[in-house]
Every structure is written in C-alpha cells, then in structure tokens.
Design a protein around this ligand. Structure first.
Ligand code: NCD
Ligand code: ZN
Ligand code: ZN
Length: 428
C-alpha cells in the first residue's frame, strides 16, 4: 500500500516536495515517481507536519458513552490532525487497573484512527488515599506511560512523593492536575475582579502555583519526572522557569483555550466557558503564549472534555467544567501563536507533536519528516479558514467555546502509519 503526498512543504519550509509513503514508512522525499496504484494527495504547497500528539484527552469510555466514546473521540482526534492521544483516567469505572487500561488500548486499536494511550490513575479510584498499582499498569498490554488523577489533584504531599519515587523505577511520568483543594472549595471562576462582580467564589492563581512549586521540589528531590497539566497562570510559568533552571525534570502543557480565552467570557454567563482551571486574565494568556514560545511551557494539550447538554446547559454553578478541544486545537494555535509571529510551523511541530511524544515516551510519534521514519503525518492548509459549529464536530457532545468563530488553519489530511485516517474533513 502506498501513498504519495504531492507538493507539500515539510514544516512550512522550502520548496514543495513529494513525499512517498510505503507500508507505513516514508521511503522517498523529493520529486517522486508515484507507483501506479498509489493514492495521491495533492498538497498544493500546504504545510506537512508530524502527526499531532495529545497528552490530555477525556474520551469518557467507559461510563459516559452518551458524551464521547473511544470511537467518536478517535474520529475527532484524526480530524484534528492527531495520530496519538492520551486518554485520561477519570472514567467510570476509573482507569486504575490493568483491565480498564487494556480495554481502552485495545478498543483504540480496533477503531484504528489514532493510537489511544490510556493514562493510569495515580491513586485507587482517584480518591487520593492509596497508590494504584502503577507497575501492573505499566507492564500491561497498554504499557501505560503516563499516570494522572486528572480532574483531581494528588494533594497529599506524601502520596505525591511516593508516586514520584515509584515513577522513576518504572520510567513513567506523573502528570499533576495542580489545584490545592483547600483553596478552591466552591470555586466557580478565576479569583479576580470579574468573578467578584458576579458574586462567584474565586479560584485563586496561588492554588495552582503552590502545588506546582511543591511538586517541582518533590520531583527534584526524587530525581523524578513531573508533568504539569493545563498551566493557567503567569505565576506558574515563573515557577516552571525557576524549577527548570535548577535542573528539575519538569514538563508542562497549556491548553488552546488558556492561550486564547479569558475571564472576560464570564460576562456571557454561558457555562460553555466554565472549565478547570478557569479562564484567567488577558495578562495571564499573554504570558502563557510567551512561555510556550520560549519553551518554558513545553507543549499544547487539549484537555478535550466532552459534556452532555444537561450537564452544561444549566446555571453556571451547577454546570460541569470542561470544553471540547481536539478539532480546534491546531486552529487556536495558528491564531494565537503563528499569526502573532510567536511560533513558525517548525515551532508548531515542536509543541503539538515532538515534545508531547517525548514526554509521553512514544518512540514512533513526533519523529522527523525523513526517509525511514514512520508516516505519522498531518497536512495543514495554513491559508484556509473555517467556521466552528459544535453540532458538526465528530464528538457526541457539542460543548465548544468557539461556536461560530472563524479560525485559520485547516487540517486537510492525517496519516497514521501511512493510512489516511482523515481527509478534507472526513474520516478515512
Ligand atoms: C475535566 C473533565 O471534564 O474531565 N474538566 C475540565 O474542566 N478540565 C477534568 C480536568 O481536566 O481537570
Ligand atoms: Zn485537570
Ligand atoms: Zn483534563
């Protein structure tokens, strides 16, 4: 089986070239004489990137298949340009054992649109009381590489210390949802002027920053790797800079929504804008963009969080936090980072593919576009624009905060090990 991508610009650089893919591997780059039976993708000078890797996706299977399944979430991922996603453990039942993580992995392979790597829970039932069997999950068929209680913080410092210590022996990474729970009781929105005016209980920046600082100290002490989920404040970027300077093995992600949206959205009263951590200030968003550009924040992760209408379309305080992200991530990065000149397409490859693949320890993802490398590829039309319609996205849920927005950057093809998983907005 062979495919030729004609006239693409790898990393948006140089003159257009043809890329030949045979049996899942890139076998020629340049002017290629395509085999007769080859599938041809006319790229017309579009940007060719390594397939995107999402370190932070919620797929809701098992438990809330009314909002997303591994099937529909994989479709959303492929359409968004992803070739691998990490599925968070806060399902029902929780992915805190080998049976669940292996089910998620196998189901992802059956669907075949994207590699679904299950994230294992750090603690049993996400209860924050007792460590889950990390080793069993790491050695299971799913070969779990990332552990997280995401949705909840591993707040107990002793438990976090132990998790970090175990993680080094297993060569896995602990991804922390940094939220000191004692500081966010009843919190509804970013603690600041806008929340105060509306009478919402605030979620202070320090609730995130204090946990990130603590965990960086614990990680350095244990010589362990730490990954910080959804960084939302400029203060957290400062803490990360300080920790990296002194040799801490810490990595961090920022979501597309924290790069673009702010707590100005509170004025809409529309719970589609409710998310955890909350949307922060303009100044935070600006500093997060700078921190992503300079590498203080390593990568972009979607925190794709589908929710049912009845859980979202209700009064603000009762609504669940979270928003869709897989099909809009590339466009939000194009809008906030490329249009602003903060990143070129080489930089986009770094934050959407290479760094997340390294952090998640995936040997076959985020690879250079070179002969002999696995053909996990994403083709992007940088000049095209599209209008977001929640109802048209592949997810079952439709809770996108970008409804009706016109955004730059269209994913025109995604290839997983040489197989076309999405093309011109359609699966396969
Ligand atoms: C996530 C979810 O819905 O599972 N919600 C969110 O607001 N981000 C949980 C999480 O990422 O903390
Ligand atoms: Zn979280
Ligand atoms: Zn999450």
């Amino acid at each position: 089986m062979s495919t030729v991508i004609k006239g693409a610009r790898p990393y948006g650089e140089g003159d257009p070239v043809d890329v030949l893919v045979e049996d899942g591997v890139i076998t020629a780059i340049g002017t290629v004489q395509a085999p007769e039976d080859a599938e041809v993708i006319e790229a017309n000078g579009q940007v060719l990137l390594p397939g995107f890797v999402d370190l932070h996706t919620h797929l809701r299977e098992p438990g809330r298949e009314d909002t997303e399944t591994i099937d529909t979430g994989s479709a959303a991922a492929a359409l968004g340009g992803y070739t691998a996603v990490f599925a968070m453990a806060n399902t029902d039942p929780v992915a805190d054992n080998a049976v669940i993580v292996d089910h998620v992995w196998r189901r992802g392979q059956e669907v075949g649109l994207v590699d679904v790597h299950p994230v294992g829970a750090v603690t049993v039932g996400l209860k924050g009381e007792k460590l889950a069997e990390l080793g069993t999950m790491a050695n299971s068929q799913a070969r779990v590489k990332v552990f997280s209680d995401d949705g909840l913080c591993v707040a107990d410092p002793l438990l976090m210390r132990r998790a970090l210590e175990y993680s080094t022996a297993l060569d896995v990474v602990i991804a922390q949802h940094a939220e000191e729970p004692r500081l966010t009781v009843g919190a509804q929105a970013h603690e600041g002027e806008r929340a105060a005016r509306l009478g919402y209980t605030g979620w202070p920046a320090a609730a995130e920053e204090s946990i990130v600082a603590r965990d960086c100290l614990l990680a350095l002490h244990a010589n362990a790797r730490l990954h910080v989920c959804h960084v939302s404040t400029s203060g957290t970027a400062d803490v990360l800079r300080w920790a990296k300077d002194r040799g801490t093995k810490v990595s961090a992600e920022v979501t597309p929504h924290h790069l673009l949206l702010t707590d100005e959205r509170l004025a809409t009263y529309d719970p589609v804008n409710k998310v955890n951590p909350p949307l922060r200030t303009e100044s935070d968003a600006e500093k997060l963009r700078a921190a992503l550009a300079d590498g203080t924040i390593d990568c972009v992760a979607t925190d794709h969080a589908p929710h049912a209408v009845q859980d979202k379309d209700t009064e603000w305080s009762a609504a669940r936090p979270g928003m869709l992200g897989l099909q809009t991530a590339l466009s939000i990065v194009a809008e906030t980072m490329v249009r602003t000149g903060l990143l070129d397409w080489r930089g986009v490859a770094r934050v959407l593919s290479e760094r997340p693949a390294e952090i998640g320890n995936l040997a076959d993802q985020g690879r250079p576009i070179e002969v002999g490398e696995p053909a996990n590829l994403t083709l992007v039309d940088p000049d095209a624009e599209w209008t977001v319609r929640g109802a048209e996205l592949a997810s079952i849920a439709a809770n996108t905060p970008y409804e009706g927005m016109r955004l730059p950057g269209v994913v025109t093809a995604t290839l997983l090990r040489g197989r076309i998983t999405a093309r011109d907005g359609k699966i396969g």
